[in-house]
Design a protein. Structure first.
Ligand code: HEM
Length: 506
């Protein structure tokens, strides 16, 4: 999922719209902007790059993004220059990024912040209509979150049936990969396998990997994941929404609406075949509580249906990206791949599949997965949060309705907490062979909006990773360069750069 596709912003093209007549308007606005900017500065806002009237920090941000295509890296650089609370003005949108652990921890605990809120700007409204779990606020959010916790527990997490589904997808996808004749980039395979697990949870169904409907859905999700970033152009230059050209944002909304239609079709099918004694998935659980008369005031359509969409949109991208990075790190660290395989052999052997119950006896494997999540920071920032009152952070004034985004990667890569932070070292999570915890490890966010399905995500990563390595070796394809660990991050997830592998049966 990508939110800030800042690298696509091209200033000269839209500055060229300014003709002679509009110069006057522009100058007046410019001066007003200057006055506004200096009035804001007086209130001690967080520091950041110089603010241009109207366009704010778009020039600096677009320059950095063109250079690195890595928002996370840009934030680290800005943090070195401006400190742990940075203010960026992207057109009309002010965003405060927080990069220090103590401040990130402080924010959700400060009542004045009401930190659990999501911003309600037009971007989010158009995408989710203020429904679903990702972007809803207040009671609506509290209730859907409560219901989802129960639903995930009832249906999926910790249940043997879900583990079996993950094992099966791992096996099928490995068979596909091993039969590849040419070197390939494994990312698309991770997408297929993970999407099927999420579809099982929400729709009770899986697709064949070559099903055209599946391909279509995945292509739409992929487009959204890659292109939502470009929507920032529409967000900053809102006039683009009203002129009849097909912008990326319009296409994103079209795709989103088509996926919503698909979700509704599945819900209607469920209604026709619903049996209150057999719970197949998330949809059935919702239909059941509606029939029984539930206590939730806000759980009326389309709110729960938007949540179904959120679950597969937010869950598929993050988990498949994590597995893609897992393969990449196994290729550049064959010694670590071997150690995980040895642990699997010791604990499980090769007569049966690895299950979640084995996790406790496999600290090295768990340490390697934690280290992966730390060193990559799959979601380098959280989903945006928002202030609901004027407040202060680290002495800086932050007005009501400001978007606030904790930068988790800054914590994960801080040498104070993790010495030599760029080193991939599973051993740092082990003490005398036992796993150790760290409060500075925040892959699923922090505070009330932390991803409630952390156990589901951990279970998927563990079962996929171990089932991959139990019977297969992952190797760099002959003649291809060693993959880089330098990712690209134009939005929410950190993406690998294509690399080419071969998979061999052990
Ligand atoms: C390795 C996998 C995953 C990672 C790294 C991850 C990471 C995150 C992070 C950082 C947040 C933001 C928390 C915040 O805003 O403070 C989040 C929220 C969320 N994630 Fe995930 N996630 C993962 C897997 C999943 C899965 C499997 C699902 C769904 C099945 C999912 C669904 C969601 C939802 C719905 C939210 C919004 C929660 C809320 O606003 O209350 N995530 N996740």
């Amino acid at each position: 999922m990508q939110l800030l596709g800042l690298e696509k912003i091209s200033l000269p093209s839209w500055l060229s719209w300014v003709d002679t007549r509009s110069t006057l308007v522009f100058s007046v606005t410019f001066l007003t902007g200057m006055l506004w900017t200096s009035s804001q500065r007086k209130k001690n806002p967080p520091p950041g790059p110089m603010i241009w009237p109207i366009i704010g920090n778009l020039p600096q941000v677009s320059r950095e993004m063109r250079k690195h295509k890595n928002q996370s890296k840009m934030l680290q650089e800005f943090s070195k220059q401006y400190g742990p609370v940075i203010s960026l003005h992207l057109g009309p949108q002010d965003i405060v990024f927080v990069t220090d652990y103590d401040l990130i921890k402080e924010v959700p605990q400060t009542n004045a912040f009401e930190y659990s809120n999501r911003p309600s700007d037009i971007f989010f409204e158009e995408f989710n209509h203020n429904n679903g779990m990702l972007f809803a606020n207040g009671k609506k959010w509290e209730e859907i979150r409560k219901f989802t916790v129960v639903a995930l527990r009832d249906f999926g997490v910790g249940k043997r049936s879900l583990e079996f589904i993950v094992q099966k997808e791992a096996e099928l996808i490995c068979e596909k990969m091993v039969s590849e004749k040419e070197p390939f980039y494994p990312k698309k395979y991770m997408g297929l396998a993970v999407a099927n697990v999420i579809f099982n949870i929400v729709f009770g169904d899986r697709f064949e990997y070559d099903d055209p409907d599946f391909m279509d859905i995945l292509a739409k999700m992929d487009f959204m994941a890659r292109s939502v970033g470009a929507t920032t152009i529409d967000r900053f230059i809102r006039i683009l929404r009203y002129i009849p050209i097909d912008t990326p944002w319009k296409k994103v909304l079209r795709n989103r609406n088509q996926l919503e239609k698909y979700t509704y079709k599945k819900i209607e099918e469920h209604k026709e075949t619903f049996d209150p004694n057999v719970m197949r998935d998330y949809i059935d659980l919702y239909l059941k509580i509606t029939q029984e008369g539930h206590k939730y005031e806000t759980l009326t359509e389309p709110h729960p249906f938007q949540t179904i969409f959120d679950l597969y949109f937010a869950g598929a991208e993050t988990t498949s990206t994590s597995l893609d990075w897992f393969i990449l790190y196994m290729i550049i660290h064959p010694d670590i791949q071997k150690k995980i395989q040895q642990e699997i052999e010791q604990v499980v052997g090769d007569g049966r599949k690895v299950t979640l119950e084995d996790r406790g006896a496999m600290p090295y494997t768990v340490a390697a997965l934690q280290e992966l999540q730390r060193v990559v920071s799959i979601a380098p920032t959280t989903v945006p949060h928002c202030t609901v009152k004027d407040t202060h952070l680290n002495g800086y004034f932050i007005p009501e309705d400001t978007m606030v985004i904790p930068h988790i990667a800054s914590i994960h890569l801080n040498p104070k907490y993790f010495p030599e932070p760029l080193k991939f070292e599973p051993e740092r999570w082990l003490d005398g062979g036992k796993l150790i915890k760290s409060e500075h490890f925040l892959p699923f966010g922090i505070g009330p909006r932390k991803w409630v399905g952390e156990n589901l995500a951990k279970m998927e990563l563990f079962i996929f990773a171990t089932n991959f390595l139990q019977h297969y070796n992952f190797k760099l394809a002959d003649g291809h360069p060693k993959p880089t660990t330098e990712g690209t991050n134009t939005g929410i997830t950190m993406q690998s750069q294509p690399y080419y592998i071969k998979v061999e049966r052990r």
